[in-house]
Design a protein around this ligand. Structure first.
Ligand SMILES: N[C@@H](CCC(=O)N[C@@H](CS)C(=O)NCC(=O)O)C(=O)O
Length: 271
């Protein structure tokens, strides 16, 4: 789809938190785009993906007038800068505030999204969910703990104590983020104050998976005790018109997860 001379294509998978970020940014900027779904991201990447992101071979990739931009945080910044005449600015104008927004965005990715000593919980769940590889382990919360501990620790069995420590580190990161939200929002509903800003988009991509983790494992990442402000933020963010059209429902994620798990089980049975 083209709009105002801009040809925008988004290469992604619909359930990916990183892809959802980009969709949120495009939605808030009122940009239409062609959505190109990677059919089998973990087994057979498309030629277009390999050509567009030869370094990491990951989604999302935004292709703007034929030129690819990779890495979700950079794509959101690119969208903000490229379409500065539509919607409001996502990043703050002040250079210091821009730097601190990027700092917290890196914190979210490091502690909550990626495979790191701290960010293991969510990353592992997202990976397992998208991949279906460890479907037989995804039974309940205690199995889930084994799952993320085993991935984090390279498959080596570790003590319950160490598993609990990894979970605690994730909760500590949430508490730290809660303090950052308090400082940035200044009593308003969003990181960006009265309107949605860069950090809302970065964390907003995680909302579907946060709901999924709660529905599937009974683990509340944002709750009224540990992070009441983030809990309210999540509820409020999810009701906006620009987000409702983008965020997949928890039911669709559960269905998708079941389908992936069935497919993984069938492929394991034939091998
Ligand atoms: N740092 C990247 C992470 C993107 C990422 O991990 N994408 C996953 C899907 S959720 C992917 O494409 N994985 C394919 C693979 O690992 O081969 C970003 O922010 O865009």
């Amino acid at each position: 789809m083209e709009r105002g001379g801009d040809d925008l294509k988004l290469l992604g998978t619909w359930a990916s938190p990183f892809v959802i970020r980009v969709k949120l940014a495009l939605s808030f900027k009122g940009q239409s785009y062609e959505n190109i779904e990677e059919e089998d991201l973990y087994n057979r990447k498309s030629e277009l993906l390999l050509k567009s992101n030869p370094v990491h071979k990951k989604v999302p990739v935004l292709i703007h007038n034929g030129r690819p931009v990779c890495e979700s945080q950079l794509i959101v910044q690119y969208i903000d800068e490229s379409f500065n005449n539509t919607g409001h600015s996502l990043l703050p104008m002040d250079p210091y505030e821009r730097a601190t927004s990027r700092f917290w965005a890196a914190y979210i990715d490091d502690k909550l999204c990626h495979l790191s000593p701290h960010g293991i919980l969510v990353y592992t769940l997202v990976f397992a969910f998208l991949n279906g590889v460890w479907s037989n382990l995804l039974i309940d919360a205690s199995h889930m703990l084994q799952l993320f501990a085993s991935v984090f620790q390279g498959g080596k069995a570790k003590s319950e104590e160490e598993k609990a420590k990894a979970l605690k580190q994730t909760y500590t990161a949430v508490e730290t983020l809660e303090l950052a939200f308090r400082e940035y929002s200044k009593g308003k509903p969003f990181f960006g104050g009265d309107s949605v800003g860069y950090l809302d988009i970065i964390l907003g991509g995680m909302i579907p998976v946060v709901h999924y983790i709660e529905a599937h494992y009974g683990i509340k990442l944002f709750d009224s005790t540990r992070s009441p402000l983030l809990k309210s933020w999540m509820e409020c963010f999810g009701t906006l018109d620009a987000t409702k059209s983008v965020l997949p429902s928890v039911e669709s994620l559960i269905e998708y997860s079941k389908m992936k798990q069935a497919r993984a089980a069938a492929s394991a049975a034939t091998n």
